[in-house]
Structure formats: C-alpha cells, structure tokens
Design a protein around this ligand. Structure first.
Ligand SMILES: [Zn+2]
Length: 275
C-alpha cells in the first residue's frame, strides 16, 4: 500500500507540472518571424507566474501585439492585450502573466518601428538595366489599391536582371524558397520571393517577385546603395516578370506604403499621388 501511495503522489506531481505548462498556448500557426516561448517562473519576483519570451528572427525592428484569442484580458505585467517593439534579433521577456488554465494567445507581427520618420531622399533605380517600363504605378487598379501597396511600382524586367539596393540599409527579412507563380491571390498573394531592407530612418524598402535562387543577401547584412541584392523573377502573385518596389513604414501595427522620389535611367521618375 505504501508503494502504491508513493506512486500516486509521483503521478500527481507530474500531472500538476503538466497542467501548469499548459496554461498558455499560441493559437493558429506560428509566425516564423517571431518565436514565442512560455516559462513557468519558480523563483524570484515572478514566482508562480508564466513568463512570455519573444525572439525576433528578423534583422530589423518588429512591433508585436499579444492578446488572448477570446474572452477577457489577462492580468500580468503588463496585462494582455499588450504591444511592444523588438529590435533586430532581440530576444526578451515581453510579459509575465498570472497563470490561467487553457488560454490561447494570438501574436500579431508588423515589421518596422512605429516611430519611423521618413527622410526626403532620392532613391536609385532598383534594376541594373537602362530599360524602363512601368507595368503598374501608384494606386494601380490591379494590385496597388491597399494601404501596403498604394505607392508601389511594378517595373517590367526580364528574369535574371540584377536588382540593386535603391538606398543603403540593413537586410531585415528575405523569402528565398518560393519558386511558383500564379494569379490565384489566395495561394500566391504575399508569398513571392522578396528582400526587405530597413533604412536608417526606420522606413523599409520591399523588392518582390525575385527569381528562384534570386536572393543574393542574407538577413542582418548591411548593404550600400547600388549593391546587387537579387535577381528579378516572376514568383508569387504575378502575371509576368517584373520587380515590385515599394517603401513602407509601420504606422502602429499596420504597414503603409509611402511616397518616394526616384532617379530612373533617363532622369527623375514622376509618379502621381493616387486619388
Ligand atoms: Zn506590384
């Protein structure tokens, strides 16, 4: 009997630990850009609480919000919902929460810092060619209507044309594993190969639809204006080979494209503000 009692005690201790670990879970599929981990604090001033640690895998700042998937907020330091900024590659404790059984949390990630102050600079033409054909400009009806793409430009470019940095910065994010293309937005929207470069003023340039094996830089790398960063292609949501270029800023958990000036192969390019 003694032995059985001991076994029961051990089993219960294991079960209690497992319950504590299961207090919080992430809802849905994990965002590959920011890893979240829960740590049950057993000592120190967080004892009995669950620490939430977040690790930014991008080479530039991201703003994250963490909120319960449903139901009421969660008490803690800070309480949920909450928002915070993570620097490039930063790993930090973002909250410590009062344990609650079986709560699911949702993480929302937006690249960039909300205090970006766009400087008025002249961007270089992002393709190493003297040819210039604009397939779609600012506010284009086909796919430049939403806030993220309103000031985007599609430059026609043969597959394999070198893509160059229009402005100096740090490579914060790359997608290099996507080889397909198509016109089904549900499958292909947002899934092209791309390079995202963060500038010193906090704005970011996006170079998209790069060729399979067409990303020539790595996350965290510093690039100078005019440096080759990729090869243009036709990956993702696209009807033909082109480079999608836009400058974006995080405007408080929301990406917005912003107007830019550019010097093209034959002089200043003039884009008109969409109505
Ligand atoms: Zn475009």
């Amino acid at each position: 009997m003694r032995a059985a009692g001991l076994a029961l005690l051990v089993a219960c201790a294991v079960c209690a630990t497992a319950q504590a670990w299961a207090t919080f879970r992430m809802a849905g599929t994990q965002d590959p850009r920011v890893a979240v981990r829960f740590v049950e604090a057993t000592s120190g001033d967080s004892a009995g609480m669950v620490e939430v640690w977040a690790e930014n895998r991008l080479g530039g700042p991201v703003e994250v919000s963490l909120a319960p998937e449903s139901g009421s907020g969660i008490a803690g330091d800070p309480p949920l919902p909450m928002r915070t900024l993570l620097r490039g590659f930063e790993r930090k404790r973002v909250a410590r929460l009062n344990a609650q059984p079986d709560r699911r949390l949702r993480l929302h990630v937006v690249p960039g810092t909300p205090d970006a102050q766009p400087r008025d600079v002249e961007y270089a033409y992002p393709l190493q060619t003297s040819q210039l054909r604009i397939e779609q400009g600012w506010g284009g009806a086909y796919s430049h209507r939403d806030a993220q793409n309103r000031h985007a430009v599609d430059f026609a470019a043969e597959i394999g044309t070198p893509v160059i940095a229009a402005r100096a910065g740090t490579v914060m994010e790359v997608e290099a594993d996507f080889a397909q293309a198509g016109l089904d937005a549900e499958i292909y929207a947002g899934r092209a190969n791309f390079v995202r470069i963060v500038h010193d003023d906090g704005t970011m340039a996006l170079y998209a639809h790069l060729d399979a094996n067409g990303v020539l830089v790595r996350v965290g790398q510093r690039v100078r204006k005019g440096q080759a960063i990729g090869l243009s292609g036709n990956t993702g949501f696209t009807a033909g080979p082109h480079l999608h270029f836009t400058v974006q800023a995080n405007r408080g958990m929301r990406l917005e494209s912003i107007p830019f000036r550019m010097f093209g192969p034959q002089g200043i390019l003039r884009f008109t503000e969409p109505k």
